[in-house]
Design a protein around this ligand. Structure first.
Ligand code: SAH
Ligand code: SF4
Ligand code: F3S
Length: 477
């Protein structure tokens, strides 16, 4: 897994895919007339928003090639796994799902393709080669755009296809995309990560930071606005360093100003911000730009300055708390969410108390909490002072209880208030309710006399639950 060779993802390579899309389309058209039904796909996503977004590209390519979405319970003609390896349990889950797929006699054969972060690890690819022989196509995060070519190669040659690139290619533009949502959309602004936090596999499997050109991003968002999208979430492992690789300074804040000016887009979000790079110009932009939501996801990982140093996070507990204060001074009502790791190698009870202290002092609206998971290839995997599972779990339990109580208390403050909610559609829990989020990213389920999907509604909060708010829409003007 070196990053020494930079393979250019030339425009040619992208253009070539349209030729392969046509070739596969001929095959699917023939299959449709022979079987009297359109062949189907099933794309299964594990992992973060980056993977959700990559899956939208896989689906975009599959639909261009003549496949339609399989109905629930149906075995699809093409099954694609978009994998994650950030923690061991993510990998185990995926192996489990892949195992279940093994075709038994008489079963209809599907084409099984596996891609995503997990495939960037050579030991995983070896295991798939040997023990998961029903997997037909394997490709990685850097050559996702070649999927039509790889699929056609498998279809025409009938031999298993393995194509994984070690290096991060240039940013690829022009891949077809089918968005899974109609109201809000993910927009990648950069790929990869340069930070090498000692526990994290992401830089090893997603390569170095590569920013998209501002003009490409603006074009994409303008098209989204024309398509009726109201909210965008800008994606990157560390959006605060957007543009650094292009030799630009303060480019993220500038990008936000340009995006704020696009008519039709009502809300802008972004993730993830690394505390070490959160600039004053970004805080200023959050204050000045009306479309930037009052929510900041700012992972702190650990409250102990010693652990933070071992994690290679490049800030201390005090610096993190000061940063929170600085943001709150400028934007008093902002909601903070965070990521926390429990049981990093060498974490003492005292270190853990520092984590609890940060949780209590900041009062996050929500926290994603993780048990430290040893990842082969990362620096922390070699640390000798790993924490026993039992200790990790016990601390995890205390952390979750502390955070949940705070989150529930903060939700209670919303009772009786009227909030702006971007309506995403019917609630999954009840057909009688609609669902959406406030600017602070609070989930709201509410009753409403009319279907306001895609619009901003005024919703009176009548009850706060620990993880969501219940409301009723005010009459629409
Ligand atoms: N780039 C983002 C998120 C990366 S992965 C960031 O820097 O914030 C999402 C989260 O997974 C991380 O914030 C971290 O809390 C968690 N994570 C990453 N590697 C992990 C590991 N080895 N064990 C447990 N949690 C981990
Ligand atoms: Fe991983 Fe750290 Fe990069 Fe986030 S910033 S992706 S945690 S290495
Ligand atoms: Fe995301 Fe998992 Fe990859 S968290 S970047 S899908 S390793």
């Amino acid at each position: 897994m070196t990053d020494e060779v930079i393979i250019e993802a030339t425009e040619d390579a992208v253009q070539r895919q349209y030729v392969y899309i046509e070739k596969v389309k001929e095959i699917t058209a023939e299959q449709t007339s022979r079987e009297g039904r359109q062949p189907t796909y099933d794309v299964r996503v594990f992992g973060c928003q980056m993977n959700e977004h990559d899956a939208e590209k896989i689906i975009g390519m599959l639909e261009e090639m003549g496949y339609s979405k399989a109905s629930a319970g149906e075995q699809a003609d093409v099954i694609v796994f978009e994998t994650c390896c950030v923690r061991e349990n993510a990998e185990e889950k995926i192996y489990g799902h892949l195992g279940i797929l093994k075709p038994s006699e008489g079963d209809k054969r599907s084409i099984v393709a596996v891609t995503g972060c997990m495939m960037q690890q050579p030991q995983v690819v070896e295991k798939i080669k040997k023990s998961y022989r029903h997997v037909n196509i394997v490709f990685g995060t850097h050559n996702l755009h070649l999927f039509p070519e790889l699929l056609y190669r498998y279809m025409s040659e009938g031999r298993r296809v393995f194509d994984i690139w070690d290096a991060g290619s240039q940013v690829v533009e022009g891949t077809p995309i089918t968005r899974t949502e109609k109201v809000k959309a993910w927009v990648n602004i950069m790929l990869g990560c340069n930070n090498f936090c000692s526990y994290c596999i992401v830089p090893h499997v997603r390569g170095r930071e590569r920013s998209r050109n501002k003009t490409d991003i603006l074009e994409e968002v303008k098209r989204l606005a024309q398509g009726g999208y109201k909210e965008i979430t800008l994606l990157g492992q560390n959006v605060n360093s957007y543009g650094n690789d292009l030799g630009l300074k303060d480019a993220f804040a500038e990008l936000l100003y340009a995006l704020n000016a696009i008519d039709g887009i009502e809300r802008i979000r972004f993730m993830t911000s690394h505390p070490k790079d959160l600039s004053d110009s970004l805080i200023q932009a959050m204050k000045e730009l009306p479309k930037l939501c009052e929510h900041l996801h700012l992972p702190f990982q650990s409250g102990s300055s010693k652990v933070l140093k071992d994690m290679n996070r490049k800030y201390t507990k005090e610096q993190y708390l000061q940063l929170i204060d600085k943001v709150r001074e400028v934007i008093p009502d902002i909601a903070f969410t965070t990521d926390i790791i429990v049981g990093f190698p060498g974490e003492s009870e005292e270190d853990f108390q520092d984590t609890l202290d940060v949780v209590k002092r900041v009062r996050f609206d929500m926290a994603y909490t993780f048990l430290y998971s040893k990842r082969t290839g990362t620096k922390a995997a070699e640390f000798s002072n790993q924490i026993p599972e039992k200790v990790k779990k016990e601390r995890f339990q205390r952390l979750v209880e502390t955070q949940n109580a705070i989150g529930a208390e903060l939700n209670l403050k919303h009772e009786g208030l009227t909030e702006e909610v971007l309506v995403e559609g019917k609630s999954r829990h009840s057909d009688a309710m609609y669902t959406g989020r406030t600017r602070e990213y609070k989930l709201v389920n509410f009753t409403c006399d009319e279907d306001l999907t895609g619009q901003l509604a005024r919703v009176k909060i009548i009850r706060a639950w620990p993880f969501w708010l219940e409301g009723t829409a005010e009459p629409h003007q």
